[in-house]
Design a protein around this ligand. Sequence first.
Ligand SMILES: [Zn+2]
Ligand SMILES: [Zn+2]
Length: 393
Amino acid sequence: MADFYETLGVARDASPEQIKKAYRKLAMEYHPDRNNGSKEAEARFKELSEAYEVLRDPERRARFDRFGPEGVRGAGPGGFQGGFDIQDALEMFMRDFGGGSGGGIEDLFGGGRRRSRGGARNRKGEAVRVTLPLTLSEVVSGATRRLRIRLLDSCDRCNGTGAADGAAPLPCTTCGGTGEERIAQRSVFGQFVSLTTCRSCSGEGVRISSPCGACHGEGRTRSESEIEVEVPAGVTGENYITLRGQGNVGPRGGPRGDIMVLLEVEEDRRFSRDGNHLVVDVPVTFAQAVLGATIMVPGVEDEVEVELPSGIQSGQALRIRGRGVPELNGRGRGDLIARIRVWTPEHPSPEQQELFRRLREMEDPAPSHAPEGEGGAGGRRGFWSRVKEAFTS
Ligand SMILES: [Zn+2]
Ligand SMILES: [Zn+2]
């Protein structure tokens, strides 16, 4: 039974960044183009890619953590319907690490994107990237979001064939209908001859003699679509969600590609995030800090009642367990950390001033160093030193 963490050689709590790094390193090592097409390397490359495909997707990683490999096979959006083949692995690698123009891995390997052996097939639609901004409260509760994006859909006029009425496609003259071209390539690994996608027909093996006027022979046109994204609780901006087979249709009847939803967590005015812990500043008055009080600490979803111990110092923090961000794998939650700020009256009334003067008269000698902890003589002196600071600052 495959353990995807073992496959990539990462710990079970590895960060998305660590997983990506581990995959990139191993995938470069076992990439078929770097191993003269060795079947062994190809199999390993496929395994690595399959593991990465699951672990980089927060939702599927969570399912894998809970249910093992069975939890991520063939189930729901993003399951491997019909299996994960070497073609998928290569495309995935290109998509994530291909780089685009100049100096990308496509250039490095010189091979370009390979087609499955054994003839032409319909090209899959290109992956679409879309950014989804999330509020902290959506991260804490999880969310179902609907997004409107423009996608390439099958052309209505030609039914996606790309051919004007009645025009039958002819076999491509460049590749004779195989969809592949033999081509001499130069790369950092030296010159070699490789099979690549036919450039005339993009691997489809056919040529359109009389293109459809609406889509210019592409077989697809752009239109507005609505997609639904399930965002699991606990994600970060490092995570992304893949909607397999929901993106652009391929040219002339090719299957739909994927949509990659990149997540962007908006800054929150009140809370700062430390992993799955949330830190919030809570102002309390002098009297509350000295005497103790029951205070309300704001959480992301609701307020939490907390006992403020007497004699707490400004800057000390109270940990409220399990009120932070849920773990992405569904086990437990981080904590809410209330950082206490003792609030100093800015405009004390004459009455308050009189009371503070009386406090000053009762004050012990100030401690020579910052007191540590609460209680005992140190804590008591700490309080008086705070009172003194309030007058001298
Ligand atoms: Zn058309
Ligand atoms: Zn061709």
